[in-house]
Design a protein around this ligand. Structure first.
Ligand SMILES: [Cu+2]
Length: 68
């Protein structure tokens, strides 16, 4: 089990949160996606370590950005 934390910018409401959760949740091996709207913190749990590129692509697909 691996946990990674990212900061996602541009989310403003529950729909944004749901979009981000949905896209990241599609990544192979992801078991849970926890999003805190206020801080933009996204905690991803997965069965195996994820590549940052996969998460960045998923967040981009949802229409948001990962802050570096
Ligand atoms: Cu929104």
């Amino acid at each position: 089990m691996a946990t990674s934390t990212y900061t996602v910018t541009g989310m403003t409401c529950g729909h944004c949160v749901a979009s981000v959760q949905k896209e990241i949740g599609k990544i192979d091996g992801v078991t849970s996606v926890d999003v805190d709207l206020t801080s933009g913190r996204v905690q991803v749990e997965s069965a195996a370590p994820l590549t940052d590129a996969a998460v960045l692509a998923a967040v981009d697909e949802a229409g948001y950005q990962v802050a570096s």
